[in-house]
Ligand binder design. Sequence first.
Ligand code: DGY
Length: 328
Amino acid sequence: MMKIYVTRPIPEAGLELLRRSHPDFEMNTEDRMLTRAELLDNARGLDGLLSLLTDKIDGELVDVAGPQLKIVANHAVGFDNVDLAAATQRGILITNTPGVLTDATADHAWALLFSVARRIPESEKFLRAGKFKGWGPLMFLGGDITGRTLGIVGAGRIGHAVAMKSKGFNMRVLYADEVENSILDRELGAKKVSVDELLRQADFVSLHVPLLPSTRHLINKDSLRLMKKTSYLINTSRGPVVDEAALAEALRDGVIAGAALDVFENEPAVHPDLLKLDNLVLTPHTASATFDTRNKMATMAASNLIAGLAGQKPPNLVNAEVWGKHRK
Ligand code: DGY
């Protein structure tokens, strides 16, 4: 019998699928992150692991699991929680959940953009506190959206979707990426520029890069100073892409007009200086949190796990070289 572990309850659609082929799988039934010690303890002897982006999957963990570990199916599109080199070296299949969360995440980036530009949380708080004493010409003035310039840093799946959704707002679109996105060029007349140029010109900068050594603190004190005083920063990618201390300073000093973050440098912690600011909108890493999307992510992660355990190539294999070398 194969030993399978799920590190936290995921939507029932995924569990049901897993149950059909592996009725004896085990799971942390509490809706909380496992501690490192618990994760290691539960990894012992596993054939397959269904992990979350909050689980650190590194050489130590896969060694504790043992040589029979075949697959780690990550319930996320991002897999910076996985030491890919360590897994690949040991011939362990790593999978993710691409595509199914693209629209939900892009929609959330837009929700954040609107919220910060039109000061929605701030004005709602004011109203609920009983401070609304009637319409005022100077009350809660914010930034315009229609006709402004949207800057997409990372024009892959999610960045692309965010850009496409700007159509209704008649925006000029700039993007920074290593590769040309011909659809954005054709459909929106978008222009590929350098990151610095994008920061200089955009009214809204939306981040959609994976977390890599080259993207860690891509937005820092210097890059924030390139942005316009009236511009806004939106981050739904990974927290460490932004230097939170530098952002807090920039928001406090009016270097940029505002920011909206769904992801944080040291989740679940948020830099204390950020929490003091009103020109900042925060959500707790919920960009993909819709019922349908999470069902699809769970089903996809379970399907990847089932395929890998059955000796089939999982549909969303991240380290394809493992398959090439060891599994053909
Ligand atoms: C991911 O999938 O990488 C998101 O951060 C959570 O949905």
